[in-house]
Design a protein around this ligand. Structure first.
Ligand code: DCB
Length: 515
């Protein structure tokens, strides 16, 4: 119910933006730029600074301008040469021929410098109106300071005048060497977008909702979870859907399990965080003391943000959970004791069994032992159980489920690899009464890269939404792979805006708050 209210408020907020009401505290209603800035923000093409201001009079930088142009043209980022937040879009724009190496060197020293008007117009025209031309004699006469223009910008500036994308100042000057303000850039972009027939979105990435004040539907609202039939429910017995992010392996990307990163995720509406503690791959089994500390910090960070949190025993290269069942029992016994009074903690006891393992011979007996270890201290917490073939064989679990209460079975999918067949398996497992929880899924292929497959992902999430199935997305990190939610170089220790989210991240973050 509260989600509906939240969705209603969100719709209202969008309406306010569309009607030009101030989204940014420094964009007063009635100012000449309120409408264009509001329209660009509503289209998801610009966002302000994290403090809710836009800086309409600030000169727009090269990076900001190119990033907006890339968004308007639907140009996907490629790996950049620096850790700058816009390096990927700048590199893609350079490769697309929107500008030359010397104009904005990919080494980054001019990324944050104001962009000149002549260069801005060239990039704008190449990005949005590459076919436009202007007649030299007709157009150059309109530009009083035409002689100030560097020769390489004649063509795009003439084309921009001819198509009405720019006009001079009140003296008729173009001022090619000057900068332009962020508000002026909005006006220019809108003109070009209109003339190009709209925003180009080959793969439509919905805009994530503006960060909300707090996570919706968190622990304080639902309390201790319980499984009723196949449905996850709150303490009051009402259905609950958890949606959020999984960390990447905390031995590698532990910085994105920081309190700030978790809080950033919560502010976009997530109510779940998963702490992926690899056991192999230099994870827990190689370094138990240090990794254990990282787990505790991440779990405590999530609890502090009112999020539900999954402690994930992330077996992967070690495909048979039985190999280390003794360590797993000890680890989970300790965690269950530590968090015995915390309603927000869920236990995922084996991420993805794989290789020569069976449900009956390996996973089920392992689960019985580890569940018993958890239940000694934590009789009611929800426990998530994997299955063979990287947690895809829920049909085997459905034939022979475990006896205990408050268990759910994990289904993992990658939208570029898995589709209809696996969805059918979910439905037949549900029909047999098996509670399903998608504790890991990605917008990529099963190896974490390729794509992104946003249409396929949307199909999956719509399917899960209709069934009230909870999910955590792989993964909250800035690794240069398509499944990563953050652009390379994104700081884990400050607030994030739209520019920090990858294509995948923007899509996934926009789906947290769905009702
Ligand atoms: C799962 C794992 C997860 C893995 C992702 C994507 O593995 F639970 O750990 O994450 O899905 O493959 C990837 C990271 C990479 C990292 C690699 C090794 O994204 O950055 O280098 O782990 O640590 C799956 C899931 C499904 C399938 C195969 C794998 N499948 N797999 O269906 O074939 O081989 O890892």
């Amino acid at each position: 119910m509260k989600r509906r209210v939240a969705a209603g408020l969100l719709a209202l907020a969008c309406l306010l933006i569309l009607t030009g009401a101030a989204r940014f505290s420094d964009v007063p209603e009635g100012s000449w730029y309120a409408q264009p800035v509001g329209e660009m923000a509503a289209k998801g093409l610009i966002s302000g600074y994290p403090e809710g201001v836009f800086g309409p009079g600030d000169p727009i930088t090269a990076a900001q301008f190119v990033a907006i142009a890339a968004r308007c043209a639907g140009l996907a980022p490629v790996p950049g040469q620096t850790g700058h937040w816009a390096a990927g879009s700048l590199q893609a724009a350079l490769q697309a021929g929107w500008y030359d190496w010397d104009e904005i060197p990919p080494t980054g020293e001019r990324f944050d410098q104001p962009i000149s008007r002549q260069l801005a117009v060239k990039i704008l025209m190449r990005a949005l109106l590459p076919q436009a031309r202007g007649d030299y004699n007709t157009e150059s006469r309109k530009i009083r300071d035409f002689s100030q223009l560097d020769g390489r910008y004649y063509e795009p500036v003439l084309a921009a005048y001819a198509s009405g994308v720019v006009s001079g100042d009140n003296l008729g000057n173009f001022n090619p060497q000057n900068g332009l303000s962020r508000a002026e850039a909005c006006v220019m972009f809108l003109q070009a977008i209109r003339r190009s027939g709209g925003v180009q979105t080959p793969t439509a990435v919905p805009e994530p909702p503006p960060p909300a004040a707090a996570a919706q539907g968190g622990v304080s609202e639902h309390g201790w979870l319980q499984v009723i039939g196949t449905q996850l429910c709150g303490e009051d017995g009402q259905p609950v859907v958890l949606r959020g992010m999984s960390s990447h392996g905390i031995q590698w990307y532990g910085q994105y399990a920081s309190p700030q990163s978790i809080q950033n995720t919560a502010q976009y509406g997530a109510n779940l965080f998963r702490v992926a503690m690899y056991t192999g791959e230099n994870g827990y089994l190689s370094n138990p003391a240090a990794i254990r500390q990282k787990v505790i910090q991440a779990v405590d960070g999530a609890i502090a943000c009112n999020l539900y949190v999954i402690i994930d025993w992330h077996i992967l290269s070690d495909g048979d959970p039985m190999t280390c069942v003794t360590q797993a029992e000890a680890f989970f016994a300790e965690m269950a004791e530590r968090y015995r009074d915390q309603p927000g903690v869920l236990y995922e006891i084996c991420n993805e069994p794989n290789g020569a393992v069976t449900w009956e011979g390996n996973v089920k007996p392992y689960a019985q032992r580890v569940i018993a270890a958890i239940r000694k201290s934590s009789p009611r917490s929800v426990i998530l159980v994997g299955s063979p073939t990287w947690s895809q064989d829920i049909h085997l679990a459905a034939q022979s489920p475990l006896e205990e209460d408050n268990l759910m079975y994990t289904l993992h999918f990658y939208a570029g690899t898995h589709g209809e067949e696996l969805r059918r398996r979910v439905d037949s497992a549900l029909a047999k009464g098996l509670p399903v929880f998608v504790s890991e899924w990605g917008t990529s292929r099963a190896d974490g890269s390729g794509g992104v497959f946003l249409e396929e992902s949307a199909q999956w999430l719509d399917f899960l939404d209709r069934r009230g199935i909870s999910w955590a997305n792989w993964s909250l990190c800035d690794k240069n792979e398509t499944s990563a939610a953050l652009r390379p170089g994104t700081s884990p220790d400050r607030a994030w805006s739209r520019e920090d989210l990858s294509q995948s991240g923007a899509f996934v973050f926009s789906r947290f708050a769905m009702s």
